[in-house]
Unconditional design. Structure first.
Length: 203
């Protein structure tokens, strides 16, 4: 049986938890902090992983309109058409089309609430956070779920794109944002719960 999107995301989430658990064992305080930061980034990647894998499995018949509008590289279309002409007897167009789809979605991230909503639309789910809010435990308002996700993703972006440095108007010395293991673990646990809730919406 093929690996499900939930299994793929759970693997990434488990690795994030393991990374965080081992952070405190490092002798260098900088390594401790950066390992915690990496754990949070990996936790957000688990959400991205889930949605990428779910999108790759979307049935190509009666395709959602949001997926029909996905931009794909023109070169991929040319390659597909040439392959069909050269190997008409053996070519499987939908298999090739799915490969194009997978490459196209790998260029996109599905992490913020807006991006999650877009991914869910491409899967065929409208009002995603309304549906997620019913299945997440404990129940929250859709706006609260979005706000919390966006806060976590904002921190992830600070880590990945700016090294988690504090912004200062006229910095005299480097200062970094603090990392607290308990707070990061709470965020990882919440991300896991969110992924499970999304899976319940899609199953």
């Amino acid at each position: 049986m093929p690996i499900s999107p939930l299994q793929a995301a759970t693997d990434v989430m488990d690795r994030a938890d393991a990374l965080l658990a081992h952070a405190a064992g490092a002798a260098n305080p900088l390594v401790v902090d950066d390992t915690r930061r990496s754990a949070l980034a990996l936790g957000v990647a688990a959400l991205d992983t889930y949605l990428h894998w779910a999108l790759a499995d979307v049935p190509l018949r009666q395709m959602p309109s949001a997926l029909k509008g996905l931009d794909v590289p023109f070169g991929d279309l040319v390659d597909l058409s040439e392959a069909m002409v050269q190997n008409r007897a053996r070519i499987r167009p939908k298999v090739r089309a799915r490969g194009v789809l997978e490459r196209a979605i790998l260029t996109r991230t599905f992490q913020s609430s807006r991006e999650v909503e877009q991914a869910m639309l491409m899967i065929g789910i409208r009002n995603a956070f309304q549906k997620i809010s019913i299945r997440i435990a404990p129940a929250h308002k859709p706006s609260d779920i979005k706000d919390r996700l966006n806060r976590i993703v904002y921190r992830r972006n600070r880590i990945v794109h700016e090294g988690d440095l504090q912004r200062q108007s006229r910095p005299q010395q480097i200062k970094r944002e603090t990392t607290e293991a308990a707070a990061i673990q709470t965020d990882l646990d919440w991300l896991r719960t969110l992924i499970v809730a999304i899976d319940k919406v899609l199953v």
